[in-house]
Design a protein around this ligand. Sequence first.
Ligand code: AMP
Length: 280
Amino acid sequence: MQVFYNIHELKLKLAEFAFLDKTIGFVPTMGALHDGHVSLINFSKKQCDITVCSIFVNPTQFNNSEDLAHYPKTPENDILLLTNAGCDFLYMPSVDDIYPTDFHRTFHFGYLETILEGSSRAGHFNGVGQVVSILFDGVKPHKAFFGSKDYQQVMVVKALVKQLNLPIEIVSCPILRESDGLAMSSRNMRLNVQERKVAALIPKLMNEVIGMIELLDIEEAKKWMKHQIENEPLMTLDYFEICDAESLHELKEYDSTVSTVLLIAVFVGKIRLIDNLLIS
Ligand code: AMP
């Protein structure tokens, strides 16, 4: 695997493959890689000739400076994982390489930026739009692979591609989980032993909600979840919503004919974790 730190050098290299009509698959990440990330690389390798991964902790998508400062960084391990996964190229830019000037574009995603991650993390999706648009411009992928763990982000990136009229297919990939059900996340490595144990409650409680969703009404299910989380001293609920999986509009009542998604954000100690479950 060849590692690039400069976008112009990466562009020159990828132009060789575009010239040969090779398809380029792209997996943008913030590093501290785990098997969830590797699964995206595997999807790309199956569907494209060349796979490019990027590792960049994008400051403009963080609204919490402490979260940004403590975001885990494991570059040596990341390079090893990507090499073993058969990734072709890695782009590891500096902030200056991505943002050579202080001028940043502003993106609007309408309703999508007013709910869930959008309302809890002011400016987050604008930052995602900024970095993804710059990375797409550099890599010019045919397909880009994103995890459905960041459910709303996939919708935002699809909206971005439409807004910019880019010929890029956005592929949404399944969530990889630890053996106790916790969704893999780079932030999991910041949990202490006790917090890590408690975090497994997140998928467990969501599965319990699915089991009772036809019996309880949606408001009751949400109250039940809030109560369960409040009962656990190490956890604080940010949000738990039950939404139409296509539009992300909140559902007032459960309808088994409507594709439904449960979305949650929880602080475990100081670490904010997100997860979701789709009921098709
Ligand atoms: P991140 O490095 O957290 O920004 O994630 C980079 C990409 O990996 C995003 O598209 C995430 O949705 C995806 N991802 C993160 N965790 C998982 C997981 N547990 N399973 C599948 N994809 C994931």
